[in-house]
Design a protein around this ligand. Structure first.
Ligand code: NAG
Ligand code: NAG
Ligand code: NAG
Ligand code: NAG
Ligand code: NAG
Ligand code: NAG
Ligand code: NAG
Length: 417
């Protein structure tokens, strides 16, 4: 993928260089041909680099001159080395790094340096009866391998979602012609309205940050000869609270937002919300139109002999960095006997038996029942509850009354789990 980005500019350059100069002096050009297998050669600084070249000549008994010249924008054109027959004449200035071993026409550069970047021409001239010459050009790109990139995240203390911006900056100590790419959780990150790339992709600007940006980012630095990848970095993002909820033991849950327990039973409630940094939790009791703070911390323990028969409790969460808060409320009912558990366990036969008992007499105080309405039951009403209704389970808490048995229907939605 990144390969294309590398090859394209070079590809065009090579294409541009795809020509052969054939100078006619005396005689025909066909007398000498020069071939170079690669028009583009990539070099690594400090290492030897071979520029392969071949030539053929038509006739024997003639002088053969091989000449390598170098052209670059900074240094212009210069002679590197020349050989007539097998006698080498190195250039005094550059000869110590450029080696030619005639009759081979290939040039060895050792060690190659950054300033060797440029175009090279090999020219082969034969002179006997006739003089003919041919030349070829090739391009050398010398690069320093990319060192491991390092990513810095700003602001270092972190960023508040929807408020702050974050900048990730990728730097490499070594490497030439480096191009940068960003990965989010290993996948290429594309620019978007919130993700902007600056300084040739060296910088990733996220504006504003969201919780969704909380991921591992890596910077990939490449050049034509190497690729190196940073350690993943996750910017600090402050967010939340989200997904606030209160949990207790399932047996205490009557329905969403309503819990019940028998007197004397120890009950705990755990409040949780997704937030960074962790929330500050506080609990309140709402009874008799009064809201009373109870305690701090995510867990509330209720000693059920010491609480009102029915009270609302509130868990408040506060993120002291984002400044956002949330609260949720539930009802806790204390009952002399909680019968719903027992109810779920009873079979249809039990139920029918219980119904028969109900029809015959006033239900005994410690029995249970299933009713659709809060009511002072009459014998006739019991008969309205048909056994096929058993598939629907009602959560009932019985509140004993002085004269008669009152069944308070807490929930009349079918139990789903
Ligand atoms: C030069 O010719 C030789 C022999 O034909 C061949 O083995 C070699 O690969 C050629 N080199 C180049 C650079 O064309
Ligand atoms: C180069 O070699 C050819 C053929 O071997 C020979 O005829 C010619 O004299 C040589 N030239 C020089 C300058 O030594
Ligand atoms: C990345 O760079 C480090 C030096 O910073 C080097 O040791 C390592 O070999 C490089 N990795 C690759 C894949 O080039
Ligand atoms: C975040 O960047 C936007 C521009 O994208 C700028 O208008 C805003 O002031 C920046 N917010 C902060 C907190 O720097
Ligand atoms: C980043 O990666 C590490 C290691 O795979 C993982 O433990 C961590 O949860 C990740 N962080 C994020 C924000 O995805
Ligand atoms: C913010 O809340 C965190 C987590 O509860 C706590 O550690 C920190 O001390 C609080 N900071 C301030 C400034 O209140
Ligand atoms: C609670 O307040 C409402 C109206 O604000 C009032 O009608 C009700 O009597 C109050 N209940 C108690 C128990 O104080």
């Amino acid at each position: 993928m990144g390969q294309d980005a590398f090859m394209d500019p070079f590809g065009r350059k090579t294409h541009f260089l795809l020509y052969e100069i054939c100078i006619l002096a005396i005689g025909s050009c066909g007398a000498v041909t020069v071939t170079v297998p690669n028009k583009l050669i990539l070099g690594i600084v400090g290492q030897p680099l071979l520029l392969p070249a071949n030539y053929t000549t038509g006739t024997k008994d003639q002088n053969i001159q091989i000449t390598w010249t170098f052209q670059s924008q900074s240094s212009g054109s210069m002679l590197l080395v020349t050989a007539i027959n097998n006698t080498l004449t190195p250039d005094m200035e550059h000869g110590h790094r450029f080696f030619l071993s005639p009759p081979s026409a290939s040039l060895l550069i050792n060690p190659v340096e950054i300033r060797d970047d440029g175009e090279y021409t090999i020219k082969v001239t034969v002179s006997g009866v006739k003089v003919a010459s041919a030349s070829r050009q090739l391009t050398i790109l010398v690069n320093v391998p990319v060192s491991k990139p390092v990513v810095r995240s700003d602001p270092a203390w972190g960023a508040v979602e929807y408020v702050d911006n974050a900048t990730l900056t990728c730097t490499v100590n070594k490497g030439t012609k480096v191009i940068y790419q960003w990965l989010k959780d290993g996948k290429p990150l594309k620019p978007s309205s919130r993700h902007i790339f600056y300084s040739d992709n060296k910088m990733l600007f996220i504006s504003p940050v969201l919780k969704d940006d909380l991921s591992n980012y890596t910077c990939v630095a490449k050049n034509p000869i190497s690729t190196n990848e940073s350690e993943p970095i996750a910017p600090k993002i402050y967010y939340g609270p989200y997904d606030l909820m209160v949990k207790s033991e399932p047996r205490f849950k009557v329905r969403e937002g309503v819990f019940a327990a028998g007197k004397g039973e120890p009950v705990w409630f755990k409040c949780s919300a997704n937030s960074n940094p962790p929330n500050v939790y506080s609990w309140f009791q709402k009874a008799d139109n009064k809201t009373t703070p109870i305690q701090l911390g995510p867990v509330l323990n209720i000693k059920s002999e010491k609480v009102p028969e029915k009270a609302d409790y509130m868990c408040c969460v506060y993120n002291n960095i984002t400044g956002k808060r949330d609260e949720t409320q539930f009802t806790f009912i204390l009952s002399a006997t909680v019968i719903k558990e027992e109810l779920y366990r009873r079979s249809q036969a039990d139920y029918i038996q219980a119904r028969q008992v109900s029809e015959e007499q006033e239900p005994p105080l410690d029995d249970y029942g299933i009713y659709e309405f809060v009511a002072v039951p009459e014998a006739a009403e019991f008969q309205q509850v048909r056994p096929d209704k058993l598939s629907t389970v009602y959560d009932i808490i019985r509140v004993p009354d002085v004269r008669t048995t009152v069944y308070d229907v807490i929930c009349h939605s079918p139990k789903t789990s």
